[in-house]
Write a protein that binds this ligand. Structure first.
Ligand SMILES: Cc1cc2nc3c(=O)[nH]c(=O)nc-3n(C[C@H](O)[C@H](O)[C@H](O)COP(=O)(O)OP(=O)(O)OC[C@H]3O[C@@H](n4cnc5c(N)ncnc54)[C@H](O)[C@@H]3O)c2cc1C
Length: 488
């Protein structure tokens, strides 16, 4: 899908374009959860990870050295398994969270929602390639295309309906609610020809007070749940996992010490709290019933969503691209940035850049490995001394952080091919596009394995990098790194 259309009453009041998303994948992809799981399981299989199913965790005892997980196997066998680390990714009803006795503070919303995958008769502009939201005095309706000509519809039910335990909605009920909730000509007349699947769901807004409990950690819905407004639940859970994965790997391999894991809470909890606040606001706004409040809402949304800032920022926020860990203990800018200055700050997601040089088209193709990447910016018009200095840093990093950090020397086109012939990891920055996008004239930029920027050094000086690795990432600086990784 290429955009979102928002309608209030009989009119379209706003349109958001996914083309503003600063990603190679600037579109909305709606997949059934079973399909998402099939893709993720396939990738795990490629990486040699076996997911054992069905195995149920029935109880967990946390110990200072890890935990004992009590497992129930399909054949009825019970297995107590002592493990050094546990990551509870076991959903909203998490056994791990219950075993830790953690509060899951929050509330349930008063409305239930009807959800169905249907085949529709009739035509409405944008029904094939846009996500459509309809607001009306009767309630909220959602319409999005699925593969195979199907559509997913979601319709809210009256306040208080969340308490009721009712069977899935029938085609008649869905059609009746659709006609009541949708006033836009054309869309209102769509007919539900066939219902493939339907259900009801209620939504909660809840979060744990901390993600790390010594050697037991929580991620995804086990740690936070919120309204699906904005479609950020699964993406947030995956971002938890990506944030935690590399940190845990370094600690397990003995390449960093446990305090590194405290940054998991420091970085992810503020992001998830902000998502909870934003989705709460949107959900309350979208389910307003009073006619005056609805009229005010339509006017405010029409104005606010038409501004260039909202047009650019909202799609990036919803896509998770604009999420930043600025202010985290792992985000270090060696020079104070002016607010609003162009370029990147430590903590930001490292931007991808379309390259003008021959070879790989995207900067991300150069980052496609599991470790850290150090971008060494030699300058758009580097001198021989600049290139020599950049090359020396690359060699120094290769010597001291083998297997951990890959250096890429980024040098402007006036270097006349010297970079390309000097090091195998050189990037010829034709037109200086990477320098400009990163806002670095000369210096270093360390990109973490989760593609967040760790440290920005605005000069060709490697000393701050070593301090950063030791004091922020809690990594020991020794030639032993490579051996430890090899033996892990
Ligand atoms: C209507 C609706 C629409 C949504 N739309 C979107 C969207 O568009 N985009 C988006 O990003 N998110 C969306 N979400 C949110 C998204 O579905 C969830 O955030 C996501 O599925 C959470 O993933 P998870 O892996 O943390 O938990 P789950 O998907 O709940 O997975 C938990 C896993 O743990 C297993 N498990 C649980 N307990 C145990 C146990 N004791 N022993 C062993 N295994 C166990 C379960 O079997 C399951 O496999 C939506 C949610 C809803 C309700």
């Amino acid at each position: 899908m290429r955009g979102v259309q928002l309608h209030a009453g009989t009119q379209r009041i706003a349109r958001l374009h996914t083309g503003w998303i600063a990603s190679h994948y600037a579109f909305i992809l709606l997949l059934e959860q079973s399909e998402t799981e099939r893709i993720l399981l396939g990738r795990l299989h490629e990486l040699g990870v076996v997911v054992e199913r069905p195995v149920t965790l029935t109880a967990l005892e946390a110990t200072p050295a890890g935990a004992v997980a009590h497992l129930h196997h399909a054949d009825g066998a019970l297995e107590p398994l002592a493990v050094p680390w546990v990551v509870g990714c076991d959903g909203a009803h998490s056994t791990v969270r219950h075993a830790l006795g953690l509060p899951f503070a929050g509330q349930r919303y008063g409305e239930a929602f009807a959800l169905a995958d249907v085949e529709l008769e009739g035509v409405f502009p944008g029904m094939a390639d846009q996500l459509n939201l309809f607001l009306s005095p009767a309630g909220l309706a959602f319409l999005a295309p699925l593969a195979g000509g199907r559509h997913r519809i979601i319709l809210d039910e009256p306040p208080g309906s969340a308490d009721e335990d009712r069977p899935p909605p029938t085609a008649d009920e869905l059609q009746r609610r659709w006609r009541a909730h949708v006033a836009v000509p054309g869309a209102r007349d769509l007919t539900i020809a066939h219902t493939h699947w339907s259900s009801r769901f209620t939504i909660h807004r809840r979060i744990v007070p901390a993600l790390r409990h010594t050697r037991v950690l929580l991620a995804g819905d086990a740690a936070h749940v919120h309204s699906p407004a904005g479609a950020q639940g699964m993406n947030g859970g995956i971002q938890d996992a990506v944030n935690l994965g590399w940190k845990l790997a370094l600690v397990v391999r003995g390449q960093a010490t446990e305090p590194l894991l405290d940054s998991y809470d420091a970085e992810r909890l503020p992001v998830e709290r902000a998502i909870l606040r934003a989705t709460d606001l949107v959900t309350r706004g979208a389910t307003l019933r009073h006619p005056v409040a609805q009229w005010l809402r339509a006017g405010m949304l029409r104005q606010a969503l038409a501004t260039p800032l909202a047009q650019r920022l909202l799609p990036n926020l919803l896509a998770g691209i604009a999420i930043s860990y600025r202010g985290s203990p792992l985000a270090v800018d060696e020079e104070r940035r002016r607010p609003g200055a162009p370029g990147v700050a430590a903590g930001d997601r490292a931007p991808d850049v379309t390259l003008r040089s021959p070879g790989p088209r995207r900067l991300y193709d150069r980052l496609n490995h599991p470790g850290f990447t150090l971008l060494i910016f030699a300058g758009v018009h580097p001198t021989v001394e600049d290139l020599t200095r950049a090359g020396w840093i690359a060699r120094e990093v290769a010597a001291r952080a083998t297997g951990i950090i890959k250096s890429v020397v980024v040098a402007g086109d006036s270097s006349g091919g010297r970079t390309a012939s000097g090091w195998d990891t050189a990037l010829s920055d034709l037109g200086g596009v990477v320098h400009v996008r990163y806002g670095v004239r000369q210096g270093l930029c360390l990109i973490r394995p989760d593609r967040a920027i760790g440290i920005v050094v605005p000069r060709l000086d490697v000393a701050p990098l070593w301090v950063y690795l030791e004091s922020c990432l809690h990594m020991g600086l020794s030639a032993g790194w490579a051996e430890k990784e090899h033996s892990a």
